[in-house]
Design a protein around this ligand. Structure first.
Ligand SMILES: [Zn+2]
Length: 312
């Protein structure tokens, strides 16, 4: 195609040859300029928007301004700080709970076995409270990681506390520290030397007696296993329970025995009935505790008994 251009009265004639190639070239150039223009306007608009209208900038480019970023970070830091304060308080509570637990365990542990306590050597070490501190020079992500790391140490502290409670409880449950008869009926603290009611001579009495009506339930004074039972001329119907740490409790003069040899029993479980079998002057429970084969005063193991009664 040929375009003929006549301009003004001078009648100058311009001839432009328009070929398909020229047209494509022109279109490409125009497109390129338009694209450049578009990008320029968009970029300029964006800059202006960021500067003067963050809301608009967010809409245009999904970004936030430095000031906004700082404001968000400050608000996150404030919350993190609050969280760290609470975590610090939590670790302090763990230490308080540990102290409370130790006091309870102390109350529940008879004096003669305190040194045997799993806690006595303080295995596992005391829990150290953690102080959470904000370090502004650290990045927020590092701060959060730090707080998370310490949180798992709090979890470990709680778990250790729980394990220590459980261990102490299990240990105490295995010891003959309970009463062998409900309400400690007719308890007489007569461990040691006394006049033998049969011979009227001074004799060793290796246990304590509970006088109670015939048939009164006799209960296990701690968790354990029935390791011996039968009839003896002196003890009458008797049974022995082996506990942990070399402790054995013995129950004598029973009317009836309700457990079998080798049976495991729990503290408080009914194991026999009060009677007057064997060398006995009336219905009563004769109760003994041995530690590694040696007789000990059961009064010192009755945690709920009045310690004033205990004879050394
Ligand atoms: Zn006795």
């Amino acid at each position: 195609m040929q375009l003929i251009w006549i301009s003004g009265s001078t009648a100058q004639v311009k001839k432009i040859n328009i070929t398909a190639r020229t047209l494509i070239k022109a279109a490409a150039v125009v497109s390129f300029i338009l694209i450049l223009l578009g990008v320029g306007i968009h970029s300029l608009g964006f800059r202006v928007a960021i500067q003067y209208s963050p809301e608009l900038a967010r809409e245009i480019g999904g970004v936030i301004t430095v000031q906004e970023k700082d404001a968000i970070e400050t608000s996150y830091r404030a919350r993190l700080h609050e969280l760290q304060n609470q975590l610090t308080q939590l670790t302090e509570r763990i230490v308080e709970m540990k102290a409370l637990k130790d006091r309870f365990a102390d109350l529940a542990t008879p004096a003669p076995v305190k040194r045997l306590s799993p806690e006595s050597g303080n295995k596992g070490g005391a829990y150290q409270p953690i102080t959470f501190k904000l370090t502004p020079q650290k990045s927020l992500v590092d701060e959060l990681d730090h707080a998370l790391g310490n949180t798992s140490s709090i979890q470990q502290g709680v778990k250790n506390l729980e394990n220590s409670w459980r261990e102490q409880y299990e240990w105490l449950s295995q010891l003959p520290t309970g009463s062998p008869i409900q309400n400690q009926l007719g308890l007489s603290s007569n461990f040691g030397s006394r006049l033998d009611p049969f011979t009227n001579l001074l004799a060793q009495h290796p246990g304590i007696d509970f006088s109670a009506p015939s048939g009164t339930p006799i209960i296990a004074s701690g968790n354990g296993t029935v390791t011996s039972l039968g009839y003896d001329a002196a003890y009458g119907n008797y049974l022995e329970i082996s506990h942990s740490d070399g402790f054995v409790s013995k129950y004598a003069h029973a009317k009836k025995i309700h457990v079998q040899q080798g049976q495991t029993v729990k503290r408080g479980q009914i194991i026999a009935e009060v009677g007057s079998t064997g060398r006995s002057t009336g219905p009563h429970l004769h109760y003994e505790i041995t530690h590694n084969g040696k007789h000990v005063n059961p009064m010192q193991f009755l945690i709920s008994s009045n310690t004033q009664l205990a004879k050394k």
